[in-house]
Write a protein that binds this ligand. Structure first.
Ligand SMILES: Nc1nc2c(ncn2[C@@H]2O[C@H](COP(=O)(O)OP(=O)(O)OP(=O)(O)O)[C@@H](O)[C@H]2O)c(=O)[nH]1
Ligand SMILES: [Zn+2]
Length: 216
């Protein structure tokens, strides 16, 4: 049986975007392309040379792709895939690849996400967990907020006994520039409900995340 999600369900997203009310951004694509041309000139390049002539257009297209999560909502991607199910054991989807962009430098954050929850009468389509990670990942982020938003979304949708999210990521702003520390990984977690209250449940989650699966 499919449960319908209340139309007024909103999932907390503590960072307001100019797109939150569903409106179009207040600059045209042509203005964005012009801005990239200006950047290229500022870098000492000639935006009219053959190799760069389409670069502003391509860069705007790429950035729009990398931030397409602004155009998406949890309700939309869920497509009603919340099901009534009488189970109360942990569900874990681990090793969800994530490509996000850091909001300070607009450089890639590359990593993986592990999401677990303990149901309370409702389960969610497994792919929707990955889609939720994808939606919040495809925005300008800090890793801590990305982690919390994923946990809050699952909690808001399912009202489960608990939710646990761990994000492990490497930040290109710490690798390619700045402090230049390739090999550094940042691990963030968000624990809700029973995962924050009960150390054994949290421990079970962490050991499942660490377990080496048989199949890759
Ligand atoms: N907490 C947090 N910090 C981040 C994240 N991504 C980037 N940062 C940090 O944001 C900070 C911005 O610091 P600033 O001193 O304003 O910028 P900066 O001069 O470019 O800093 P450096 O990277 O140290 O060169 C840096 O310490 C980055 O490492 C993130 O996801 N979470
Ligand atoms: Zn950064």
């Amino acid at each position: 049986m499919t449960l319908s999600i209340p139309a007024n369900l909103t999932v907390s997203n503590s960072v307001p975007s100019s797109l939150d009310n569903g409106s179009q951004p207040p600059v045209s694509e042509a203005e964005m392309i012009q801005a990239v041309r200006t950047l290229l000139i500022g870098l000492g390049e000639d935006p009219d040379r053959e190799g760069l002539v389409d670069t502003p257009k391509r860069m705007v297209k790429a950035l729009k792709f990398l931030t397409q999560g602004y155009q998406q909502s949890v309700d939309e991607l869920l497509n009603g895939a919340v099901f009534t199910e009488d189970v109360n054991e942990m569900v874990l989807v681990r090793d969800i690849d994530i490509f996000s962009s850091c909001e300070h430098h607009i450089l890639p954050i590359i990593g993986r996400v592990h999401v677990a929850y303990i149901p309370n009468g409702k389960v969610i389509g497994l792919s929707k967990i990955a889609r939720i990670c994808e939606m919040y990942g495809r925005r300008l982020q800090v890793q801590e907020r990305l982690t919390a938003q994923i946990a809050d979304a699952i909690e808001g949708l399912l009202k489960p006994q608990g939710v646990a999210v761990v994000v492990e990521a490497t930040h290109m702003c710490m690798v390619m520039r700045g402090v230049q520390k390739p090999g550094s990984w940042t691990v963030t977690s968000a624990m809700r409900g029973i995962f924050s209250e009960d150390a054994r449940t949290r421990q079970e989650f962490m050991s499942l995340v660490r377990h080496n699966p048989q199949f890759h």
